[in-house]
Unconditional design. Structure first.
Length: 256
């Protein structure tokens, strides 16, 4: 059975209205770029986003029974490559309602709907020593930094969806901290790939880079979001100090 006629959402404004402007769902809609599809059934909303943050994602919201119904209908259209993403309790419930759903992998979604302010580095055209800015021609340096400081980073130079990198250089010119503008959409700026060189940690470099990136993306998109591992309390503390609010979410394979 295909998706019920009239249930599919065609515009990001329709998605925002259906999900009460939930930043997670609006981000998943990606401005309804090519390949993105969305559905609503009662209070349930599902947004299918191919190759979003390195996965085909089916982001969901609503009551368990209605969400399970819309997921079944969506998967009939999409195929089995999509992974569920949503509030943690909902993903756990869907694991009970949808046979073949894998275990919920927990992490945190964090976002802010307000501008994070104007740092003194905000207008830097490049990452000069002691200043934060958008990097130019530094993909190799960023790759080296990530390989040593954050080898499991989801954002790496050259990956589709990774637009640009913010960075901070020390006085000796070494790139010591970085963060990516990655998988952003018109309505939500998204930050990934936050890392600080191991030997330079504890000096507030990551907070400075994030403050710059959050302010720049808030000015461009209006909202800023990111994902972080639940046990990374140090990073969560930094993001909270910069005005982000946390939300427990989870991902799970489905239909396997």
């Amino acid at each position: 059975m295909g998706v019920v006629k009239g249930m599919e959402l065609r515009a990001v404004e329709e998605v925002a209205a259906a999900c009460d402007d939930d930043t997670l769902l609006v981000w998943a809609a990606q401005g309804m770029r090519g390949g993105v599809r969305a559905w609503a059934l009662g209070e349930a909303v599902a947004v299918a986003s191919p190759e979003l943050n390195r996965r085909d994602r089916l982001t969901v919201r609503g009551g368990g029974a209605e969400v399970a119904a819309v997921v079944r209908l969506a998967l009939a259209e999409l195929g089995p490559s999509y992974r569920l993403l949503g509030d943690r309790e909902l993903i756990v419930e869907l694991g009970e309602r949808l046979p073949g759903t894998g275990p919920a992998r927990p992490f945190e979604w964090m976002d802010t709907g307000r501008d994070t302010g104007r740092d003194t580095d905000r207008d830097a055209g490049g990452a000069d020593p002691g200043r934060v800015g958008w990097l130019e021609g530094a993909d190799e340096e960023v790759g080296v930094l990530l390989a040593g400081a954050s080898p499991s980073s989801w954002a790496v130079p050259g990956l589709p969806g990774v637009r640009r990198w913010a960075g901070l250089r020390a006085a000796d010119g070494e790139l010591v901290a970085t963060a990516a503008d990655a998988w952003s959409c018109p309505q939500v700026g998204f930050v990934a790939g936050v890392a600080t060189a191991a030997a330079r940690r504890g000096r507030g470099y990551a907070q400075r880079v994030c403050r710059f990136a959050f302010a720049a993306l808030a000015a461009e998109h209006g909202r800023v979001a990111l994902m972080v591992d639940t046990d990374n309390r140090a990073a969560i503390g930094v993001y909270e100090r910069l005005g982000m609010r946390g939300r427990p979410v989870a991902a799970a394979t489905v239909g396997e």
